[in-house]
Write a protein that binds this ligand. Structure first.
Ligand code: ASP
Length: 303
């Protein structure tokens, strides 16, 4: 098969002065993932490496630089899934991991379990050679200020937590490798001012991330609660299996999200034949794509 790699860096009203940072971030992620695919590596390794780049990039709501929860802490969620075997690894509410997707990958590869949360996840990671960090190492001044402003504003009037303009900078990747296997990965700091312990869609299997060679690989971003209610990544993958083109299914999934539960967000979708879709109902979404014949990136559906 000819490899394909598709990544996203969140779907919301990305302001003009943040467009370049988002485009650079998704392009760097493509470069890292493509290196893996180009030397004959697996789609699983490719999505992991692509997501690590975006976790390390403070532009995004993943890894260092993520949104802070109500208590002023970073709490991270991530999932990775392999389409050939349906093996998956997820972590939720971790506070001491720079790259939660690395811990998720260890769970996929080395644990009989699929999902670990909080201290148990961190203990598993440490036992498998992943260094823990301080929560403060994940916090940047921009986010301290953002939370302070949000909370000050929230005291005066009830903010619209679910406005499409509210930032959704979760990151994700889907890939097809030369063996014909697909994989998906999603990583997030969740939503601004979230309650401690709140888990969003991103790391839940079938919600923010899914991969099955027989259907499709999907990664979503956006307001997590509505996406969870529809199990949207699996919903989309199943429609690809019943014969619809990923391009149409991704658009259909986002329409369904809006029509059924008034949700907003975006999705990347790829099947094992290399056909893909990118859709969002937010003003912008950062994405990038690479195949053997083309390399593209964009900040909206129109570009
Ligand atoms: N879906 C994520 C969550 O609700 C947020 C995002 O995509 O930015 O945790």
């Amino acid at each position: 098969m000819d490899p394909v790699l598709l990544v996203h860096g969140g779907a919301w009203a990305i302001p003009d002065d943040m467009v370049d940072a988002h485009l650079n971030g998704v392009r760097h992620a493509i470069a890292a993932g493509w290196q893996v695919l180009n030397r004959g590596g697996s789609s699983l390794d490719a999505v992991e490496e692509a997501v690590v780049i975006m976790e390390d990039d403070q532009t995004f709501d993943a890894g260092r630089g993520s949104f802070l929860n109500r208590d002023g802490k970073v709490q991270l969620d991530a999932l990775i899934m392999e389409g050939a075997t349906l093996r998956a690894g997820g972590v939720g509410c971790v506070e001491h991991l720079r790259n939660p997707i690395r811990a998720a990958r260890k769970i996929l590869s080395e644990s009989p379990h699929v999902y670990f949360v909080a201290e148990g996840a961190e203990r598993f990671a440490a036992e498998h050679g992943i260094a823990l960090c301080k929560n403060e190492d994940l916090i940047i001044p921009r986010e301290v200020e953002r939370l302070r402003e949000f909370q000050a504003h929230a005291a005066e009037e009830k903010p619209d937590l679910f406005a499409a303009t509210l930032s959704h900078d979760t990151v994700g990747a889907v890939a097809l490798d030369a063996k014909g296997d697909i994989a998906a990965a999603t990583s997030t700091g969740g939503t601004l001012n979230k309650a401690p312990g709140r888990l969003g869609d991103s790391s839940l299997i079938g919600c923010g991330c899914y991969a099955d060679n027989k259907t499709a690989a999907a990664s979503t971003t956006g307001w997590g609660e509505p996406i969870m209610k529809l199990v949207l990544a699996k919903w989309a993958a199943d429609r690809v299996a019943s014969g619809s083109l990923p391009e149409w299914v991704a658009a259909e999934a986002i329409n369904y999200l809006q029509a059924r539960v008034n949700g907003h967000g975006g999705m990347i979708l790829l099947d094992a034949r290399g056909r893909f879709g990118i859709a969002h109902n937010t003003p912008r979404m950062a994405w990038a794509l690479k195949t053997m014949s083309e390399e593209r990136s964009g900040i909206s559906r129109q570009e």
